[in-house]
Write a protein that binds this ligand. Structure first.
Ligand code: 5GP
Ligand code: MG
Length: 186
């Protein structure tokens, strides 16, 4: 399992074992909180593409029945800065009315994405609406949004790996890492 570290990586911020342990803890907490719920009533909504690996690991550790759905959003072009506007690329399929919805996000940065999702999903009258995000960059917030389950706080650097990309690269690295500045400058 020891892949060589690509030349583009500056520093590993969260290694595989650290991520795995925290995902297990989050799954235990979520399983406890949603215990006793019927299968039909609990939907995990992964925010594509960045959350796909986190969602896969989290969902497989849940001990409560659940459904999996996805939404695809875009707020960034192929560069490491926010535009402030969120674009809906692909909507969810499941009916949310009267069901418990848990948004699964990779990282909370300005807060625009989550704010958009709370308004979009809130209008669909779910029984409850919560968020689980693996990472947060607290210094970057433009809008305050509530988070119910949080993996890690990280410093304000662009990170890749474990689903997160830079220009659609590096998503399948098993750890979360920062990039060497020359990668952005290309
Ligand atoms: P927000 O709308 O909160 O500013 O940004 C949330 C989205 O921005 C995340 O879901 C993610 O797609 C992207 N994002 C923010 N920071 C990073 C980062 O450091 N690395 C990567 N790969 N994506 C990020
Ligand atoms: Mg995302």
């Amino acid at each position: 399992m020891s892949n060589p570290i690509p030349d583009s990586i500056e520093r590993v911020i969260l290694d595989e074992a650290t991520i795995e342990k925290r995902v297990e803890e989050l799954a235990t907490q979520i399983s406890k909180d949603y215990a006793g719920m019927h299968n039909e009533d609990f939907i995990l909504v992964g925010v594509l593409k960045g959350s796909f690996i986190f969602l896969a690991d989290l969902a497989r550790r849940l001990t409560v029945p659940h459904r999996v759905d996805f939404i695809a959003l875009s707020s960034y072009a192929d560069k490491a800065e926010t535009t402030g506007s969120v674009r809906l690329i692909m909507d969810t399929r499941a009916d949310m009315a009267g069901r418990h919805v848990l948004i699964v996000e990779d990282i909370l940065d300005t807060g625009y994405t989550l704010d958009y999702l709370y308004r979009l999903f809130g209008a669909r009258k779910p029984a409850s609406l919560r968020t689980c995000t693996l990472l947060t960059k607290p210094d970057m917030r433009k809008i305050e949004v509530p988070v119910d389950y949080l993996g890690f706080e990280i410093p304000n650097v662009w990170v890749v790996g474990y689903g997160l990309d830079f220009a659609d690269r590096f998503r399948t690295l098993p750890y979360i890492a920062s990039l060497k500045p020359r990668v952005y400058e290309k």
